[in-house]
Design a protein around this ligand. Structure first.
Ligand code: FES
Length: 161
């Protein structure tokens, strides 16, 4: 097992005073660290906290916010609900697919973006709608896609110095 992963999990578990009742919070912190829940981290967590893997996976699969697959730092959601669909959502999706070279459910090689589709985000008047990391981009056109993606890429560069 990777000692670095073990060390990170231990720190998180300590932060929650090793309480089994804090399992959800602990999983949230692990996910914040890796953008998903790596199997190795969960194995170590089970041992360290004395909780069964069944229990851990039960929680990890119950809450939609947890991911057991590697995810990018930024989650892109393209709405394919009816209202967005009739206004050309598929063209937006295709443009994002081409620009990032991934399909829905996949993550870019640099672990920056994960692409997903949803059926109606409840903001139909704004359609077609693209959401990046919780930020809504309404009345989308495929021409705007690259500009928006670039903003996130630049943010990342600036954050990394
Ligand atoms: S159909 Fe896209 S927000 Fe409702």
């Amino acid at each position: 097992m990777d000692p670095e992963v073990m060390d990170k999990v231990e720190k998180i578990v300590d932060k929650y005073k090793r309480k089994k009742s804090a399992l959800i919070g602990i999983l949230q912190d692990i996910q914040a660290e890796y953008n998903y829940l790596p199997k190795e981290a969960l194995l170590h967590l089970g041992k360290s906290l004395g909780v069964s893997l069944i229990q851990i996976y039960g929680i990890a699969t119950f809450y939609k916010s947890f991911s057991l697959e590697p995810r990018g730092k930024y989650l892109i959601n393209i709405c394919l609900g009816t209202a967005c669909h009739v206004r050309g959502a598929v063209r937006i999706l295709e443009k994002v697919e081409r620009s990032l070279d991934i399909k829905p459910g996949q993550t870019t090689k640099d672990s920056m973006f994960t692409l997903e589709t949803v059926n109606c985000l409840g903001a139909c008047a704004l359609g077609p709608l693209m959401v990046v990391d919780g930020e809504y981009f309404g009345k989308m056109t495929s021409a705007k896609v690259d500009k928006i993606l670039k903003t996130y890429k630049n943010n990342e560069k600036n954050q990394n110095g």
